[in-house]
Design a protein around this ligand. Structure first.
Ligand SMILES: O=P(O)(O)OC[C@@H](O)[C@@H](O)c1c[nH]c2ccccc12
Length: 261
């Protein structure tokens, strides 16, 4: 059976092939080298989590499971609101086909704030890491369910070579084991199953104990309230990735402050 993740990855591979053909490597390299240096993504998260909650606030217009989330989508004002409300970092979706994202949203959001920004997209080729740096991204996502071990290592090496942080996303214990074979100690547990979109906080609770000492552990997806975060904190989780629940609010700054302030 072909899952949603398979479908997304198939589209992504075609898209990346077309982009690689259309852009010379030396041009993308030159853009990456001309960027301001990466803002420390994991360090910013750890700093906030030391005295409260570390929030990665997501600039998210739409998703395959929810459709359009925000009609008056404005990445610059959302980014500013997230920063003013106390977020540690931003996540910006750049996948166009399934999330109505765009690279230009990341560029605009990052320019509007001082927070580090992760490019939220589906990495299938190390070339995308260079492209991410070329648009200013400070960190990239590796989805363990999407890649073979060797591909993950290659993509991670590319990011480390560019001084970028890597958020490694897992969903179960087997994926957690594979994640821990990588170098990054920034691990996210996606409560949402990318194969059928079901959400359960049990994914986080099952895996938080498997995170080694010194690892930055992030609970992702389906979090809607301060109470959700407080319940997770009782089990030792202090960092969170939140999109929809904040993007649906009229006053994003106030909602962010209510969540982590
Ligand atoms: O909007 P939510 O339920 O708060 O979830 C945010 C984030 O965790 C989710 O967008 C996400 C987590 N991992 C991903 C991988 C690809 C695309 C999207 C995601």
């Amino acid at each position: 059976m072909s899952t949603m993740l398979d479908t997304i990855l198939e589209t992504k591979r075609d898209e990346v092939a077309a982009r690689k053909a259309a852009n010379s490597l030396s041009d993308v390299q030159a853009l990456a080298m001309a960027q301001t240096p990466p803002r420390g993504f994991r360090a910013a998260l750890d700093a906030k989590a030391a005295s409260g909650y570390g929030l990665i606030a997501e600039v998210k217009k739409a998703s395959p499971s929810r459709g359009l989330i925000r009609t008056d989508f404005n990445p610059v004002s959302h980014a500013r609101d997230y920063q003013a409300g106390g977020a540690a970092c931003l996540s910006v979706l750049t996948d166009l086909t399934y999330f109505q994202g765009h690279e230009s949203y990341l560029v605009a959001a990052r320019a509007a704030v001082t927070l580090p920004v992760i490019r939220k997209d589906f990495m299938v080729d190390p070339w995308q890491v260079l492209e991410s740096r070329a648009i200013g991204a400070d960190a990239i996502l590796i989805i363990v369910a999407a890649l073979e071990d060797a591909q993950m290592a290659e993509i991670e090496d590319a990011a480390i070579g560019l001084d970028m942080d890597v958020l490694v996303e897992v969903h179960d214990e087997a994926e957690m084991e594979r994640a821990l074979a990588l170098q990054s100690r920034l691990i996210g547990v996606n409560n949402r199953n990318l194969k059928d979109f079901s959400v359960s906080f049990d994914r986080t609770y099952e895996l938080v104990g498997r995170a080694p000492q010194g690892c930055t552990f992030v609970a992702e997806s389906g979090l809607t309230s301060r109470e959700d975060l407080d319940a997770m904190a009782e089990r030792g989780v202090r960092c969170f990735l939140i999109g929809e629940a904040l993007m649906r609010q009229a006053d994003i700054e106030a909602a962010t402050r209510a969540m982590v302030g």
